[in-house]
Write a protein that binds this ligand. Structure first.
Ligand SMILES: NC(=O)c1ccc[n+]([C@@H]2O[C@H](COP(=O)([O-])OP(=O)(O)OC[C@H]3O[C@@H](n4cnc5c(N)ncnc54)[C@H](O)[C@@H]3O)[C@@H](O)[C@H]2O)c1
Length: 268
C-alpha cells in the first residue's frame, strides 16, 4: 500500500493503547478512521484527538458476533466500502493455571481475541476484495510465538490469530488484499490493567508489566503502519519481540528453559 491518504480504515479497540495511536497516525496521513470499542469515553477521547471529520466512533463488543455484523452493516451502508481492517482489540489475563481459570473467562477471552478477528474479517472481506489496494492486519503477540505457563487462554488466542492470518494470507495471495500478522512485545498500554485478574494479584501484575515494557504505543503504531505499507506478512514490534522471534526459531529448547527459570526466580 503506497499511502493511507483517502483510505477508509476500520480499527477495533480504538479507545486506548495501540488502537488509539494507530487511529491518530492514520488520520494524520489523510485516512478516515472508523474506530470501535466497548469503552465509550476512550472512543470519544480518541475522536477528540483527531477531530470528527476524520474519525467516527462505534460502540461494539468484538466478542459479540451480532454486534460485529451490525457494525459492519452500519459502516458499509454509510461508506460503501473500507480499504483497511486492523483487528487490534484484545484483552489479557493475569497469571493462573489451566484449572484455576473459570471456563466463562476462557471463552470470553477467545471470543474477543480470536472470534472478534474472524467475524470482522468475514463481515468485511467481500468489500475489501473489491478495493484496488487493501489490507487486513491482525494483532497476535510474542505469546503467539511461544507457550507460556499460566497464560494458556491468551497463548491459545494469539497462536490462533497467527494461524488464521498466515492461512488467510495464502488464500488471498492472488488478490489485492495483503494480510499482516502483528506480534508486539511489551508495549506500554493499558492491556494488563484492563485484563482479567485472579486472587487480588492485579496490582502486582500491572507493576511487573510496567517494568517489562520496552516500546511506547506511538512507536508501536509507527512500526505496524510501516509493515502494512510494505505488505509484510509478519511484523515484530519492539526489540524484545525481535529477540524472542529469533530465539524461538534458532533455540526453542533454550527459550523453554529460560521461561521456566524466570518463573522459579519470581516464585510464581
Ligand atoms: N501491550 C502489549 O504489551 C501487547 C503485547 C502483545 C499483544 N498485544 C495486543 O495488542 C492489542 C492492543 O492492545 P493494547 O496493548 O493497545 O491494550 P489496551 O488495553 O490499551 O487496548 C485494547 C483495547 O481493546 C478494547 N477491548 C477490549 N475488549 C473489547 C471488546 N470486547 N470489544 C471491543 N473492544 C474491546 C479495550 O477497551 C481497549 O480500548 C491487543 O490485541 C493485545 O492483545 C499487546
Amino acid at each position: 500500500m503506497k499511502s493511507f491518504k483517502d483510505k477508509i480504515v476500520v480499527i477495533t479497540g480504538g479507545a486506548s493503547g495501540m488502537g488509539r495511536s494507530l487511529a491518530v497516525q492514520l488520520a494524520a496521513e489523510g485516512a478516515t478512521v472508523l474506530i470501535s470499542d466497548i469503552n465509550e469515553s476512550g472512543l470519544a477521547g480518541t475522536r477528540d484527538l483527531i477531530g470528527a471529520g476524520r474519525c467516527q466512533i462505534y460502540k461494539v463488543d468484538v466478542g459479540n458476533r451480532h454486534e460485529v455484523y451490525a457494525f459492519a452493516k452500519e459502516v458499509l451502508d454509510k461508506y460503501g466500502y473500507i480499504d483497511v481492517l486492523i483487528n487490534n482489540a484484545g484483552i489479557a489475563i493475569g497469571e493462573a493455571r489451566l484449572m484455576e481459570i473459570p471456563l466463562e473467562d476462557f471463552e470470553r477471552l477467545i471470543n474477543i481475541n480470536l472470534w472478534g478477528v474472524i467475524h470482522h474479517t468475514r463481515a468485511f472481506l467481500d468489500v475489501i476484495l473489491t478495493r484496488p489496494e487493501a489490507a487486513i492486519a491482525n494483532t497476535s503477540s510474542v505469546f503467539g510465538l511461544m507457550g507460556i505457563p499460566t497464560q494458556i487462554p491468551y497463548c491459545v488466542s494469539k497462536f490462533a490469530v497467527r494461524g488464521f492470518s498466515d492461512s488467510l494470507r495464502l488464500e488471498l495471495s492472488d488478490t489485492n488484499v495483503a494480510v499482516t500478522c502483528i506480534h508486539p512485545g511489551g508495549i506500554d498500554t493499558n492491556i494488563v490493567a484492563n485484563g482479567i485478574h485472579y486472587n487480588g494479584k492485579k496490582e502486582v501484575t500491572v507493576e511487573k508489566f510496567k517494568e517489562l515494557v520496552m516500546t511506547s504505543s506511538d512507536r508501536a503504531a509507527t512500526i505496524i503502519l510501516n509493515a502494512i505499507r510494505r505488505k509484510a506478512k509478519r511484523v515484530m514490534v519492539g526489540p524484545d519481540a525481535r529477540v524472542i522471534r529469533m530465539m524461538t526459531q534458532l533455540a526453542p529448547g533454550i527459550v523453554d528453559r529460560e521461561i521456566l527459570r524466570r518463573r522459579s526466580n519470581l516464585s510464581l
